[in-house]
Design a protein around this ligand. Structure first.
Ligand SMILES: [Ca+2]
Length: 230
């Protein structure tokens, strides 16, 4: 009898282990839900415009695609070539990535990106992180200035821990811009941005199939253990 039971227990234990592995895999898959093409390596339809997935504004002074990159071959270039103006780069994650769910509520995502450039005339380089719901903005980070951290010669990593994601959030919007007034020294202020990432750390809820298999496996192993003790 014991010789017949032993392989069965091993099989059930293996099934439980497989179910656990499935839960771990689904958690890993949910750790990132940031912005598509944050490295700007995918070409846009319009030559010279910033890479696919990102929107730029205004029409007369859009962000450009630059070959001065932190990694890869390209970055985004925000520039204001003289006079008042602004160059803005933004993306709403709902356009490219899976919608956020209740599993993401309470998470404090970490935004990171690399930047290089000069806004010494005004120091005006900012980003906003916004949590979006069905009816618009649920929570806004407010303007986060990073112009004072920029270097003209080296890439600098910026990081920002977002507030807790509120109930009802379905996507995250990021806007980065530089805006300057008249330049005193004739320079065209410009900021390069590359390798934008938004990391969500909330563990995923196990998929129903994995959870059911896990529970069934554990229950059966427990029943066999009780039977063997009896
Ligand atoms: Ca890049």
């Amino acid at each position: 009898m014991l010789n017949l039971k032993a392989p069965r227990v091993r099989t059930l234990a293996a099934r439980a282990a497989l179910a656990l592995a499935g839960v771990a895999a689904s958690a890993d898959a949910a750790t990132t839900n940031g912005f598509a093409n944050g490295g700007f390596e995918t070409a846009a339809a319009d030559a010279g415009q910033v890479a696919a997935g990102w929107l730029t504004a205004p029409t007369g002074n859009p962000a450009q695609w630059s070959d001065d990159a932190h990694t890869g071959s390209h970055s985004a270039l925000l520039t204001v070539p003289g006079g008042f103006g602004a160059s803005t780069l933004f993306q709403d994650s709902r356009g490219n990535l899976p919608a956020l769910t209740a599993a993401n509520v309470g998470d404090t995502p970490l935004l990171t990106f690399w930047a290089k450039g000069d806004v010494s005339t005004t120091g005006n380089a900012n980003f906003w992180l916004r949590y979006m719901g069905a009816d618009g903005i649920l929570l806004d980070s407010g303007a986060q200035s990073f112009g004072g951290s920029l270097s003209l010669d080296d890439w600098t990593q910026m990081s920002f821990r977002g507030a807790a994601i509120p109930v009802g959030t379905t996507s995250v919007m990021l806007e980065i811009n530089t805006a300057v007034g008249p330049l005193l020294d004739g320079r065209a202020d410009a900021v390069h941005v590359d390798d934008i990432e938004l990391a969500l750390t909330t563990a995923a809820v196990p998929e129903p199939g994995s959870a059911a298999l896990l529970l069934a496996g554990l229950a059966t192993v427990g029943a066999i253990a009780r039977r063997r003790r009896a």
